[in-house]
Write a protein that binds this ligand. Sequence first.
Ligand code: AMP
Length: 437
Amino acid sequence: MNKLTIRDVDVKGKKCLVRCDFNVPMKDGVITDENRINGALPTIKYLMDQGAKVILCSHMGQPHNIFTEGYGLTKKEKKKVKAMPESEQAAATAEFMEKSKKDIKKFTLKPVADRLNELLDNKVTFATDIVGEDAKAKVAACKEGECVLLENLRFDAGEEGRSEEFCKKLNEFCDVYVNDAFGTAHRSHASTAAIVEFGFAKTAVCGFLIEKELSVMADALENPVRPFVAILGGAKIADKLNVINNLLDKCDTLIIGGGMSYTFIKAQGYEVGTSLCDNEKIDYCKEMIEKAKAANKKLLLPVDAVVVKDFPNPIDAEIETEVVDVTKIPADMMACDIGPETRKIYSEAIKSAKTVIWNGPMGVFENPTLAEGTKDVAKALAEAKGATTIIGGGDSAAAVKQLGFADKMTHISTGGGASLELFEGKKLPGIECLNNK
Ligand code: AMP
């Protein structure tokens, strides 16, 4: 990695503005998964130990921009209302308005501040705004070795809007800019990139989490111990076109499962019933099948499927299933998981690998009856002896944890979107903007 890290700069007595990814899942104000908080701790502790004044910031969810625009509708909501019949617009507006009033409770970072405070010896204070009076006062009072966590950056429209004014104000809390928000490194927002790109933050380095995520994943992609098996799943193929293409260049075996695999099945000339299928991408799939053949790579596609009459509703409802060959998916049925024969083939390929990366579930894993394929893949990764196993965040990370295999993996990424962009061969703006070594 050619970027400076916090080890390379003097931080004693300096205000270090640390962009973290504290976008943790919450239920009724309680944090349900602390992976991202734990991921940020090594950087925060190091900076505190070095005597820095640590100013932490993060986004949480997709709230209304209530600090800059007051209570009201987001652009998306306004569009939705406009598309409704006139008679329904007033009620919908009122409903969205009510929702926006609850945002301060729903998307506040206060619970994260409380948890950090417990983990860091009561040295964390929480600012109830981002660049306002409270934040200024708390930052001014922050002593060496202490932390302030600013309120949710996305309460200000300037964060996602890359406002120069907002960057300038944030930069008042910043002698040294530290990006450690791997989960947001693929976004080019005020606090993730623009504050550096506009020339405000001159000293800009990465924290330990970004350093670790990058080194593990870049290593696997650029210098994999072979055989190198990549596994892709999930719903939409259109989101993953460049990922498939790039991974086919790098890996020895590409395994495809999940909703995206049925466009490939159609490309092989079979009907897929009511399964997810992107007709516009059939030619692309044919091209990838040819590309794999020409390069002598293995492209593994499902040979059998678990099919259902209707998509489960609610998603975890009890459901009747059948197993069919992928060449015989009935016209009125939908493939929602890979079948037992496919699971066997995929598991064998995974177990004989020396490097494995995985992104995306093999089926509708939210339903216990349709989670078997995803489970077996997770199990095969856990049993891949001597292999480097990397889980690219998101649903696959959730599945691995739920099954109790988390400690059997080499690395579970804190960023689903960001790792997918790395698998795609893209540069991440939150990392590109940092000072080179
Ligand atoms: P993605 O966001 O593209 O990674 O997709 C994740 C979602 O894909 C999960 O919510 C799964 O339920 C869904 N999914 C996986 N396989 C299928 C399938 N065969 N049919 C419909 N949805 C699927």
